[in-house]
Write a protein that binds this ligand. Sequence first.
Ligand SMILES: [Zn+2]
Ligand SMILES: [Zn+2]
Length: 406
Amino acid sequence: MTLKTLPVIALLVSGAWAQDGPCMADAMLDVSDSPGAGPAYPKPSVEASCEGDQLVVRSNGIPHYEFVQVTPNPLVERDNEFRVPARPQLADEKTPIPLLGSLGFAVNGMAIFGPNEGGVPVEEQFGDPIFNSIMDACMGHTAQEYHYHALVQKCLSTGVRPGEPSPILGFGFDGIPIRGPWGCVDADCSRVVRFRSSWEQVREPHQDAWDAYDYVEKEGPEYLDMCNGHAGPDGDYHYHATETWPYILGCYSGTPMPQARPGAPRPNLTQGQRPPAAARPPAARRPRGGGPGRTPRPSQSEVTAAAEALGLASDDVAKALRAEPGNLKPVNLAASARALGVEQGSLTEALGRQQRPRRQRPNLAPPEEPECFFRCGQSEEDAVGCTLTPDHKVLCFRPCDDNKCG
Ligand SMILES: [Zn+2]
Ligand SMILES: [Zn+2]
């Protein structure tokens, strides 16, 4: 048996599509001649190779285009290493993306985050950063690192003419490529369409963005699945970046690598907070796609116990906890507690879970004269500002009171 036949066998065994063919390292950008972020920053670097069955990408976290600051966090060089399956496969079941932190990387080596921000507009809230206008023109911004919440094709590719299918703009941690918004609807490419998300906005996404959008399956070749992907005309499954929520990925259709960022900090899975091995569900049943921002999905028995303890209807509790069958939204206990009108601590206790010690945030105290970074709205009256701290939390949030519009 040759290595090349393995994906075909996997296809036959699981009935799922598997990426065949060469490793996709060539999809990564050559940034060696790019202008870079600006004279004040190191030159960008991106290296991609295939090591065994993994696509390995290393970058220094500096974008290949001019950096325009929209949040106060500085752009700093860092050692990025991403490892994803070189020949990804569709999983039997889709899995949620993390509520916080990275879920993939773009072809310029910058991290891709999910569609919600952490702690914006105020702590414990998770608004839509695009709706809240805290992104640069390439839909990136800095917090701990420069990262994207949406992808803009012209920032990540050159030489693509209008009406042409989009190239690969990035990869999920499941190794599945993320293409730009345009693509063919049939094998002859008789028509190129702009692919569209099937998620609908049901309320204002200013605060708890995941509660503001619902997936509603739609007819039509341009509509994508819950994860924002589809199988193209030649059967290859990929995601598309879209104009609307979830912008990049709504969930993982493949199996994300547990160690997609070796050595990266995992702020919500630190030693003291992790349950002992014996208390953890077996690996096969544990929800995958880990990394920062992951809260375990509530089980049916936890939902029932919580509903009883809180004196609420089980259906309401399941809905608030996003624990209904088929719901793949990342769990967010703060938002769930708000939806149920209870304290987060009471909900955690009702679920039979241990309260997490609050993380030390020594830098959260606002300075005496907080520097307010902001982008102005339509008029000075409706303009707002926000300041992200290095741990992705808001330091201040106040109306603009002068003309320092960025
Ligand atoms: Zn962000
Ligand atoms: Zn497509």
